[in-house]
Design a protein. Structure first.
Ligand code: NDP
Ligand code: MG
Length: 384
């Protein structure tokens, strides 16, 4: 049995990963579970999967787990809790499915221990792509993408033909406001933006999908994961979300990976790699589908996508600053403190105040992240 820990087990990806594990009895032993603050669900999961290690982001709520956990099961809390769990546990596989930058330290800890990492958390690779890839290489650890587009590229990349890749094409659904005018976009509320047409996801990534910033983050993610220059990464809008991404080779052949918009499929592929296991998840029916469509992204109505691409191309510390500004701007939008269209405006303001630093260490990443968060709040409040 593969010994696995899930960081972010109470979230959208974490819950679906547990469904995959339920679907494949006898294949996995859940050794570790970690959540932020959803005690009720975490307790249910602890009772069902009986992990050997548990971590909780919220130190204040830790007391509520005391009577639930057997005395021999350690509970790690606070900022370093996730890394401590990874440090302590004997694992074959770590699924990093927390949201935000919390995924970074435990990912590095796992790679240093040569544990295979299934990475759903895109903020980790966006902020620390070079460091994460170098660490994986240095320790000979496998990093498997879980994000559906990157899983598609991973599946379509022929190991012996990596040099023959002409470009990769990431598909984007376009989100719920694909056909909204600039005027209509100004009226978007959090409730409207939280309704994604194709995917059931956590709040942060759902808003990122509506601004198309998610696709920008994914371009940066792809740049690092597949070691490709930005000129070789293209984005195309594909509203049906059935083709999850494509790889074009220099002989003109294009390989695509298709499937229902169901994250359990890329999660399962990461978990069972290099094998494909049978499951009962829904299948696509091409004849019933009839047609599928594609269009160019519109950078005028969705400037956040362009900003993300610029941040990626500027490189160095700019993606850290971009990511932090976006996390805060999304939070402020969800609190009704700023308008939907102010998200990219505020990020642009933060980026304008940052001079790129090209050489940096892990401490610098966290410091620049903090700097950008505080600046974002000030810009949003109009203090600066
Ligand atoms: P959710 O918001 O649904 O879940 C986030 C998870 O992280 C929850 O379990 C949450 O716990 C946990 N968490 C948050 N902060 C902490 C912390 N400090 N310590 C420990 N756990 C914490 O997000 P998603 O599942 O949608 O996304 C997770 C990641 O995967 C994101 O980076 C996202 O970009 C990426 N991703 C998601 C996809 C999707 O379809 N959902 C697709 C591709 C990538 P709690 O709820 O208990 O507070
Ligand atoms: Mg994706």
């Amino acid at each position: 049995m593969k010994k696995i820990a899930i960081l972010g087990s109470t979230g959208s990806i974490g819950r679906q990963a547990l469904q995959v594990i339920d679907e494949l009895p006898g294949e996995f032993k859940v050794v570790g579970l970690a959540a932020g603050a959803n005690i009720q669900l975490l307790v249910e999961q602890i009772r069902k999967y009986k992990p050997n290690y548990v971590a909780l982001g919220s130190s204040e709520k830790a007391a509520q787990l005391k009577n639930v956990l057997p005395t021999n099961v350690p509970l790690f809390t606070g900022k370093k809790g996730l890394s401590k769990l990874v440090e302590a546990a004997d694992l074959d596989f770590l699924l990093v499915a927390v949201s935000g930058i919390h995924g970074l330290l435990p990912t590095l800890t796992a790679l240093e221990k040569k544990i295979t990492v299934g990475l759903a958390n895109k903020e980790t690779i966006v902020t620390a792509g070079a460091l994460v890839m170098e660490t994986a290489k240095k320790y000979g650890a496998l990093l498997i993408p879980v994000d559906s587009e990157h899983s598609a590229i991973w599946q379509c990349t022929e190991k012996e033909n990596q040099q023959a890749i002409e470009k990769i094409i990431l598909t984007a659904s376009g989100g719920p406001f694909l056909n909204f005018s600039t005027t209509q976009l100004k009226t978007v509320t959090p409730q409207m933006a939280l309704r994604h047409p194709n995917w059931e996801m956590g709040a942060k990534i759902t808003i990122d999908s509506a601004t198309l910033i998610n696709k920008g983050l994914e371009v940066i993610e792809a740049h690092w994961l597949f070691n490709l220059p930005y000129e070789k990464i293209e984005v195309v809008i594909h509203p049906e979300s059935l083709i999850h991404s494509l790889v074009q080779y220099h002989d003109g052949s294009v390989l695509a990976q298709l499937g229902c918009p169901d994250m359990r499929v890329p999660i399962q592929y990461a978990l069972t790699y290099p094998f494909r296991q049978a499951n009962s998840f829904p299948r696509i029916n091409l004849a019933e589908l009839g047609t599928i469509s594609f269009q160019k992204p519109d950078f005028t109505r969705f400037p956040g996508l362009l900003l993300a691409l610029e941040a990626g191309k500027m490189g160095g510390t700019m993606p850290i600053v971009f990511n932090a500004a976006n996390e805060i701007a999304v939070k402020l939008f969800l609190q009704n403190s700023i308008k939907f269209t102010e998200i990219p405006q505020i990020i642009e303001g933060v980026m304008a105040k940052h001079a790129v630093v090209s050489e940096f260490q892990i401490e610098d990443i966290l410091a620049w992240d903090k700097w950008a968060r505080s600046l974002t709040v000030k810009i949003a409040k109009g203090v600066i």
